[in-house]
Design a protein around this ligand. Structure first.
Ligand SMILES: Cc1ncc(C[n+]2csc(CCOP(=O)(O)OP(=O)(O)O)c2C)c(N)n1
Ligand SMILES: [Mg+2]
Length: 320
């Protein structure tokens, strides 16, 4: 398949990459200054989220994990409401009750963010079964990490989805880290795709720092799921360039490995490609970055101005 079909696509994707990086940096700086809680950022992995989300359709449903800011923003979530949620404010997507780890936005088809590692894997077959029973057209995209792939729920989920022919697109963001443990210390195989093949489902892997490649690979895998009504597994190979959470001095990280991945920063790669194609000039790129930064600054101001929920609201939306 051809890399990027329309040049405008790449510029749109580039803006989303910038938006996610600026959003994550706002949290890095805000938490260092004591104005926000620290979160698990997706710095370094932006292309994995942007490429995959943009390959999906509006009717598709998304389940994701604790590193979900990129998925939500690429899907069109408002950064102000997301930051309000992170800060526990009333204007947050979940009225300030989720923090960064459980944001769901039903209107965008993001049915779940979970910090229970593998939680999204346990629920994805059920969501897909519901789609089929209700004759709904959308497939289910389930985002999870390499750490989740080392848990039992990964294997149960793939087994059931394969057995029951459920339309789940499993997207593993292999960022080489599982909290403070390197993938090679916890995984018996080099790649997660080795395991998917064992369940008889189509598998593919892609350079997760090349946003166009991720877009195309996800389009292909999603088309397989749509046409067959069966699951597929896509492994997106990338790197978590910041710590597991904020703050984290990354004292346990191999400096040479980190440097090698930083040299392949997904945003710089996309920018170089746009420049090489003459799609954007240096000054246009700078102006775009400034617009994105201003949007995030306004989002921070919106979140900081949002009130905390009142004590009376504490027991609302609680099911017994
Ligand atoms: C069931 C469960 N076990 C352990 C944890 C603690 N924990 C949080 S994130 C994480 C690592 C997850 O690694 P991975 O799935 O690769 O996702 P990544 O953080 O790399 O995006 C762990 C062990 C948890 N939240 N839930
Ligand atoms: Mg990981």
């Amino acid at each position: 398949m051809n890399a990027i079909h329309h040049e405008t696509d790449l510029l749109k994707l580039y803006e989303q990459l910038l938006l996610i990086r600026a959003y994550e940096n706002a949290i890095v700086n805000g938490s260092a200054a004591g104005r926000m809680p620290g979160t698990c950022t997706s710095v370094g992995q932006e292309a994995a989220a942007v490429g995959a989300i943009n390959a999906l359709r509006a009717e598709d449903l998304i389940l994701t994990n604790h590193r979900s800011a990129g998925h939500l923003l690429a899907r069109g979530a408002d950064p102000g409401r997301m930051l309000a949620e992170v800060m526990g404010r009333r204007d947050g997507y979940c009225k300030g009750r989720s923090g960064s780890l459980h944001i769901s936005v039903k209107a965008l088809g993001v049915v779940l963010t979970t910090t229970i590692v593998g939680g999204e894997l346990s629920l994805a077959p059920g969501v897909a079964l519901a789609q089929r029973m209700h004759n709904r057209p959308g497939i289910v995209a389930c985002f999870f990490g390499d750490g989740a792939a080392c848990e039992g729920s990964f294997h149960e989920s793939l087994n059931l989805a394969a057995l029951w022919n459920l339309p789940v697109l499993y997207i593993c963001e292999n960022n080489q880290w599982q909290a403070f443990v390197h993938r090679r210390e916890a995984m018996s195989r080099e790649q997660v795709t080795d395991w998917g093949a064992g369940y008889g489902i189509p598998v593919s892997s892609v350079d997760g720092n090349d946003v166009g490649a991720v877009l195309d690979a996800t389009r292909q895998a999603a088309a397989q799921v749509r046409e067959s009504g069966r699951p597929a597994l896509l492994e997106v190979l990338t790197y978590r360039t910041r710590g597991h959470l904020e703050p984290d001095d990354q004292g346990y990280v191999d400096k040479a490995e980190l440097a090698a991945w930083l040299a392949r920063d997904p945003i710089a790669l996309c920018r170089d490609r746009l420049l090489a194609k003459g799609r954007i000039t240096d000054s246009e790129a700078a102006a775009l970055a400034a617009r994105v930064d201003a949007r995030i600054a306004a989002a921070v101001a919106f979140a900081e101005a949002s009130p905390y929920p009142s004590v009376e609201e504490l027991t609302l939306d609680v099911y017994a």
